[in-house]
Design a protein around this ligand. Structure first.
Ligand code: HEC
Length: 100
């Protein structure tokens, strides 16, 4: 009984891509490709006006709020909707949280 329930849970987890854990190493690759030019390899901004992700106060917003900002673009930052999938952006956000 217990074993069947466990297998059921694994099947459910496999069917729900949104429920998977963020992949920070995939996020790091995408970050280097798309974001580091302005935000810097270590989160210290290269472009003036970009937030400093190495500071503990820079990422207090929830993941979904940051996802929305990256999707829609902000100020000098281009919109990534259509370029990156939401789950890719969430992997990048998980990577951003490793800078602190
Ligand atoms: C062309 C330069 C540029 C690129 C490329 C860029 N950004 Fe930004 N980003 C900025 C600037 C400038 C801001 C500050 C915008 C403002 O507040 O006016 C910003 C702000 C942000 C914020 C803060 C949003 C908030 O609501 O506090 C996040 C998170 C972010 N960028 C993530 C990313 C990610 C992830 C990528 C790559 C997918 C990326 N950025 C690519 C320039 C860039």
């Amino acid at each position: 009984m217990k074993r069947a329930a466990t297998i059921g849970l694994w099947t459910l987890a496999a069917l729900l891509p949104a429920a998977r854990a963020s992949d920070t190493s995939h996020g790091a690759d995408l970050y280097r490709q798309h974001c580091a030019g302005c935000h810097g390899g270590d989160g210290r901004p290269v472009m003036p006006g970009a937030p400093d992700f190495s500071r503990p106060t820079s990422l207090l917003k929830p993941d979904l709020t940051l996802l929305g900002a990256v999707r829609a673009g902000r100020g000098a930052m281009p919109a990534y909707q259509g370029l990156l999938r939401d789950r890719d952006i969430l992997d990048i956000v998980a990577h951003l949280r490793t800078f602190r």
